[in-house]
Design a binder for this molecule. Structure first.
Ligand code: MLT
Length: 411
């Protein structure tokens, strides 16, 4: 008999972005439908920078020659990439992260789920509401959710993020073991200032909790006062794992490469009470279940740290911020509640008509040919909102703005 992980019964039938893709596939079947502009999933329009393409071509050539051929690489990632990340993303910003604390992966989403392997099923989890849906789904698959009551799981703590509080999460009233924080935030686009992160690091220290800090969108921060890394907060190396991605930084959604930082200071405890460092446990997990990200993608990621690569990151992210900020202005002018669009590629827009997220999503899709993401898909607190992504060409974004503006004037 094939006994299946019962936790799958507890998941929503389909993952949020799969559901949206299905709706859009159906939409496209209608020959009379307005040509679709996608502003739902945060996928980049491409192309990757020339220096990245060249580095990956060269990596392919390396594999084609006997003396530069590579077989299995280090499961934790090649030293050339770990060293440059340590230097450029951390040491140059005054943060001491050793290359041995950096683990290269095939995308942030994978590690977000895989990290559950090293954590007990008994951990009490807290997520921001609204939040990136994988945080909850991953924990449901691992069995940390409890019972589904209405739209919420009984063992998960939902940290309400409300407009009146800039969508900053509130500290939980009870003790939680594992806290997911995303800043710049997906979906709300809000960015946690240092004082807010200080509170969380202090909470984690007091409660012996682990923070999983998702900073996939750090390259969009332009305000120098805002922290890009949780390790800018004193003591964070004792309590936090940071997850980053080259997808939104270098347009790597199709290449697949990111990294996680698991500091040496980070200690956990077995159920027997014995203390254990998480860095070697994570390395042990990776050596068993992962054979490393591809040499080609890692050489591509390395190129993002060259002078040309760094320029390309700024140019690309600037374009998406401009798109997002133009979308933001449009909704603000129409009297919607809006966040994001500055220091973030996302715009989070709450409609003033009392419509549900899915109603707005459907109307804007049918009447404008624009796909958005319904805010309630990210959690109960997202009801009434839609998320729009600035990851698009300026031409498409301007066209979308023209169509939505017309729609807004008729409401
Ligand atoms: C999003 O649209 O929320 C993201 O692109 C999804 C992801 O990064 O997996």
């Amino acid at each position: 008999m094939i006994l299946v992980n019962d936790n799958f019964k507890e998941l929503p039938a389909v993952y949020l972005f799969t559901q949206i893709s299905r709706i859009l596939a159906k939409y496209k079947e209608d020959k009379d439908a307005i040509p679709l502009i996608r502003m739902d999933i945060g996928d980049v329009p491409g192309p990757v920078a020339d220096c990245v393409a060249k580095a990956m071509h060269k990596a392919v050539d390396d594999l084609a020659k006997q003396d530069t051929f590579k077989g299995y690489g280090p499961e934790q990632g090649y030293a050339f990439l770990r060293d440059i990340i340590s230097q450029k993303d951390y040491k140059e910003r005054g943060i001491n992260i050793d290359p041995s604390e950096i683990f290269i992966n095939d995308g942030a989403k994978c590690d977000l789920g895989n990290l559950g392997d090293i954590l007990s099923k008994d951990c009490k989890v807290a997520v921001m509401d609204p939040s990136y849906p994988a945080y909850i789904d991953d924990n449901v698959i691992d069995g940390r959710e409890g019972k589904l009551e209405g739209n919420k799981y009984s063992r998960i703590t939902y940290l309400k993020c409300k407009a009146e509080n800039n969508f900053f999460p509130e500290l939980p009233e009870t003790n939680v073991d594992l806290i997911y924080i995303c800043s710049p935030n997906n979906p709300t686009g809000s960015v946690l200032p240092k004082a807010e992160l200080d509170k969380w690091v202090e909470y984690a220290k007091e409660n012996q909790s682990l923070i999983i800090f998702d900073s996939a969108y750090e390259a969009y921060i332009r305000n120098p006062e805002l922290p890009k890394s949780i390790y800018e907060i004193e003591g964070a190396k004792d309590v936090a794992i940071e997850i980053r991605s080259f997808s939104k930084t270098g347009g790597f959604t199709g290449i697949r490469c990111g990294y996680s930082v698991v500091p040496k200071e980070l200690m956990g405890v077995y159920s027997t009470g014995e203390k254990v460092a998480l860095n070697p446990i994570w390395s042990r997990r990776q050596t068993t279940k992962f054979n490393g990200a591809s040499y080609i993608s890692q050489r591509g990621a390395e190129a993002l740290y060259s002078e040309e690569g760094r320029k390309s990151v700024i140019e690309m992210t600037d374009k998406f911020i401009l798109n997002a900020s133009n979308l933001r202005k449009m909704f603000e002018n129409a009297g919607w509640k809006v966040t994001g669009g500055t220091d973030s590629p996302y715009v989070w827009a709450g409609n003033p008509y009392g419509m549900s997220s899915y109603e707005v999503f459907e109307k804007i899709l049918k009447e404008c040919g624009i796909s958005t993401t319904p805010g309630s898909g990210f959690g109960e607190e997202g009801e009434g909102y839609i998320r729009l992504s600035g990851f698009n060409t300026k031409e498409n974004t301007d066209k979308a703005i023209e169509r939505i503006e017309k729609w807004l004037t008729n409401h």
